[in-house]
Design a protein around this ligand. Structure first.
Ligand code: HEC
Ligand code: HEC
Length: 197
C-alpha cells in the first residue's frame, strides 16, 4: 500500500509542474500555514505581520529563500524550512496577485512630515529620499519591496531592525539609511507610507 502511494507521489513529483499545479500548491500551503499570520488574501491578521498582498513575486521568493537559508532571521525561518524553490516562486505569484489596501492616516500633519522625508530625504542628516529606490508611489520593483500600504508597526520594526542590523540579509543600503533616522522620522515615514495607495 505504502509502496503504491510512494510510487504515485513520485510519479506526480516528476511530472513537469504546470502553472495551474504551482498555483494550486501555493494555495494549499497558504491555507495550511501562511494564512494564520498573513491572511489568505495577504492582508495580515495583525500589524506586526507584513502585508503580502501586492508585494512583488520576486521579492517574496527571495525573502523566503533568505529565511530558509538563515540569511534573514525570525519567526519565518521555521515556516520556510521545507519550501522548495518552485513553491517559493508560486507563493510569490500567489500573494503578488492579491489587491493591497491602503490604511487611513489619522494625523495629517505627521503624515506631511513623512511625505517630505519620503520624497526629499533629509539633507541635514544625509538621509536619501526613499522614492529614489522605492518609487514615487512606493510600488517598488522586482528587486525592491513595495512599501505602499504596508502596516505601520511592521514598517517601524523593520527600520529599527535595519538600524540595529537585526535584519541581516542585504541590509547595507537600508542600514545606512535607517541609522540616520530619528524615532520621530521613523514614525512619520511609517504613517505616510501606510496610507499610500
Ligand atoms: C506565526 C506567524 C507566521 C506564519 C504562519 C507565517 N509568517 Fe511570514 N512572517 C511572519 C513575521 C513575524 C514576519 C516578519 C519578519 C520577522 O519579524 O520575522 C514575516 C515575514 C514574511 C515575509 C517577508 C515580507 C517582507 O515584506 O519582507 C514573507 C515573504 C513571508 N513572511 C511569507 C510567508 C509565507 C509564504 C508563509 C507560509 C508558508 C508565512 N510567511 C507564514 C510571521 C509568519
Ligand atoms: C538606495 C536605495 C534605497 C533607498 C534610498 C531606500 N531604500 Fe528601503 N530598501 C532598499 C532595498 C534594496 C530593500 C530590500 C532589502 C532586502 O532585500 O532585504 C529595502 C527595504 C526596505 C524596507 C523593508 C520592506 C519590507 O517589506 O520588509 C523598508 C521598510 C524600507 N526599505 C524603507 C525605506 C524608507 C522609509 C526609505 C527612505 C527613508 C528607504 N527605504 C530608502 C533600498 C532603498
Amino acid at each position: 500500500m505504502n509502496r503504491i502511494l510512494g510510487f504515485v507521489i513520485l510519479a506526480l513529483s516528476i511530472t513537469p509542474a504546470g502553472a495551474d499545479q504551482a498555483a494550486d500548491r501555493a494555495k494549499q500551503i497558504v491555507n495550511e500555514k501562511c494564512y494564520l499570520c498573513h491572511g489568505a488574501e495577504g492582508e495580515s491578521s495583525s500589524a506586526i505581520y507584513p502585508r503580502l498582498a501586492g508585494q512583488h513575486a520576486e521579492y517574496i521568493a527571495k525573502q523566503l529563500a533568505d529565511f530558509k537559508a538563515g540569511r534573514r532571521k525570525g519567526t519565518m525561518n521555521e515556516m520556510a524550512a521545507d519550501l522548495t524553490t518552485e513553491e517559493m516562486a508560486a507563493l510569490g505569484e500567489y500573494f503578488s496577485a492579491k489587491p493591497p489596501q491602503a490604511h487611513r492616516v489619522r494625523d495629517k500633519e505627521f503624515e506631511a512630515v513623512g511625505y517630505y522625508l519620503y520624497n526629499k530625504g533629509n539633507s541635514y542628516s544625509g538621509v536619501a529620499a526613499c522614492k529614489n529606490c522605492h518609487g514615487d508611489e512606493g510600488k517598488g520593483t522586482k528587486n525592491l519591496p513595495r512599501l505602499a500600504g504596508q502596516h505601520k508597526r511592521y514598517l517601524v520594526s523593520q527600520l529599527q531592525d535595519f538600524n540595529k542590523r537585526v535584519r541581516t540579509n542585504d541590509n547595507a543600503v537600508m542600514h545606512s539609511i535607517a541609522s540616520k533616522l530619528t524615532e520621530f522620522e521613523i514614525e512619520a515615514l511609517a504613517n505616510y507610507i501606510s496610507g499610500m495607495n
